[in-house]
Design a protein around this ligand. Structure first.
Ligand code: PEB
Ligand code: PEB
Length: 186
């Protein structure tokens, strides 16, 4: 498992080069933006249970066969496994966002997941849809701009200090981890 720092070391070592100016500049930026990164992780983690249940509910709203006999969220045992899996995926995305590197997600969550799902008959497209909803939710929560339209009375604004760009680079980075999950299941 790597983070932004160990990744820089491994990359430099593979080139038998010292850690160069550009790599150091990237790490300097990683540190300078560290507090907003922690806020982004906290924004997701603090809303995780609402996000997961909403994402799985949204996936089911769009494909109600999932909760009918023969669907992969039927009976309750499978519904529970599905909610649990949504929570696991979201948790590993937050680890990757904290570390600034996708390896923890790749190695400990995505490695073999498609094969496992295929063997169990878990529908990959529905899983990808739930992950895509979580991607939209995470972006809204990192920006601290979740809308009432989707949240109703569960709306949770963290009240974080707001930057001009609403942490656009962290939104993009988090989105790339969700895209990685979707790509691994396609
Ligand atoms: C991966 N998921 C399931 C299993 C495993 C995982 C290993 C089999 C064992 C079990 O049931 O616990 N576990 C999970 C994961 C890690 C891990 C990601 C990473 C560290 O250790 N069904 C749906 C939806 C989807 C779903 C599309 C999004 O219709 C999930 C939720 N996963 C689902 C279901 C099962 C499962 C197991 C329903 C149970 C399948 C079954 O028993 O028939
Ligand atoms: C499911 N939720 C969101 C989206 C969908 C759902 C389809 C849009 C995803 C996208 O853009 O691709 N929609 C929902 C659902 C049905 C449906 C269950 C069933 C009929 O059609 N916001 C908060 C809470 C947290 C939350 C803490 C409620 O403040 C969730 C739990 N859902 C949330 C967020 C978004 C969202 C989308 C933050 C992102 C969009 C936004 O807030 O504007």
């Amino acid at each position: 498992m790597l983070d932004a720092f160990s990744r820089a070391v491994v990359t430099a070592d593979s080139k038998t080069a010292p850690i160069g100016g550009e790599e150091l500049a990237k790490l300097r930026e990683f540190i300078a933006a560290g507090n907003r990164r922690l806020d982004a992780v906290n924004a997701i983690a603090s809303n995780a249970s609402c996000m997961v249940s909403d994402a799985i509910a949204g996936m089911i709203c769009e494909n109600q066969g999932l909760i009918q006999a023969g669907g992969n969220c039927y009976p309750n045992r499978r519904m529970a496994a599905c909610l649990r899996d949504g929570e696991i995926v979201l948790r590993y995305v937050t680890y990757a966002l904290l570390a600034g590197d996708a390896s923890v997600l790749d190695d400990r969550c995505l490695n073999g997941l498609k094969e496992t799902y295929t063997a169990l008959g878990v529908p990959l497209q529905s899983t990808a849809r739930a992950v895509a909803i979580m991607k939209a939710q995470a972006a809204a929560h990192i920006k601290d701009q979740p809308s009432e339209e989707f949240a109703g009375d569960k709306l949770n604004v963290m009240g974080m200090p707001v930057t001009d760009d609403r942490c656009a680079s962290l939104v993009a980075e988090a989105s790339s981890y969700f895209d990685r999950v979707i790509a691994a299941l396609s």
